[in-house]
Design a protein around this ligand. Structure first.
Ligand SMILES: [Zn+2]
Length: 255
């Protein structure tokens, strides 16, 4: 007699069934590398389809003239493509919300862009910014993602993870907004060098040590995050939401 009881899915099968795509939604070119570059490279190696959505062209808020702005935006776009290639991100989408002024745009406009992304890409996992970040664009992005992925109707998103962006997330010091207190760690020992190579593609965004986004400091941060959980190198995240749907064997969530 068939009682409708299925044998437990293996993790690889569960991935196929549950996860159509992983989507990283970030405010600026380079945030995808700084926040989750090592993890994206690892997931690409594991065969996951990845999409990076960048909501602005970046850099415009700190430039004196329109000509220089265009030149730097073109360089950033080029770097975005190079970094995606290095990490194994197959698809990149870029939008033109105003750099360092996302709060000048009605939140609903950004939410609608993210909702369309979710409808088109159908991700089950979304990586995005931490809501307590010092950078206003990062905060607004986090808020828009939370709204656009709210768990109702046919929304495919099962998991939302927020990341830290060195020289931005930690500089809020938890003074006015919630601090970043990671509780999910991805082992990036095997892909750290690719993350750093992807960051090198963003030559204009790099800074010398001891700046937090220097290559040396990024390597050190991965060591600190790794040491917090017994790994050589890790990227750290905060779990915003994770829904375990019907039909998923809990045991298969474990490695
Ligand atoms: Zn940023």
């Amino acid at each position: 007699m068939n009682l409708g009881i299925r044998s437990p899915l293996r993790l690889s099968e569960m991935v196929t069934v549950m996860h159509k795509c992983i989507l990283a939604i970030v405010a600026h070119p380079d945030d995808e590398v700084l926040g989750c570059g090592g993890t994206l490279a690892r997931l690409a190696d594991e065969g996951w389809p990845l999409v990076a959505a960048v909501l602005s062209a970046g850099a415009t808020s700190r430039l004196p003239g329109r000509e220089e702005e265009r030149r730097q935006q073109a360089a950033l776009k080029d770097a975005l493509g190079q970094a995606a290639c290095i990490l194994g991100v197959k698809e990149v989408r870029q939008f033109d919300f105003p750099d360092n002024a996302f709060d000048s745009v009605p939140l609903l406009e950004i939410v609608r862009v993210v909702e369309t992304l979710v409808q088109e890409c159908c991700p089950s996992v979304v990586f995005t910014h931490h809501s307590g970040d010092l950078n206003v664009d990062h905060c607004v992005t986090a808020r828009a993602v939370l709204t656009a992925t709210r768990p109702q109707g046919r929304n495919p998103v099962r998991t939302v993870l927020s990341f830290e962006v060195p020289s931005s997330t930690e500089w809020s010091f938890g003074g006015v907004l919630p601090a970043f207190t990671p509780n999910v760690f991805f082992d990036v020992t095997a892909t750290l060098e690719r993350k750093l190579a992807a960051m090198e593609a963003y030559a204009q965004e790099g800074r010398p040590f001891p700046h937090p986004r220097s290559l040396e400091a990024l390597r050190m941060l991965s060591g600190v995050r790794g040491s917090a959980c017994g790994l050589q190198a890790a990227e750290a995240f905060m779990l915003v939401r994770h829904v375990v749907g019907a039909g998923v064997c809990l045991g298969n969530l474990l490695p």
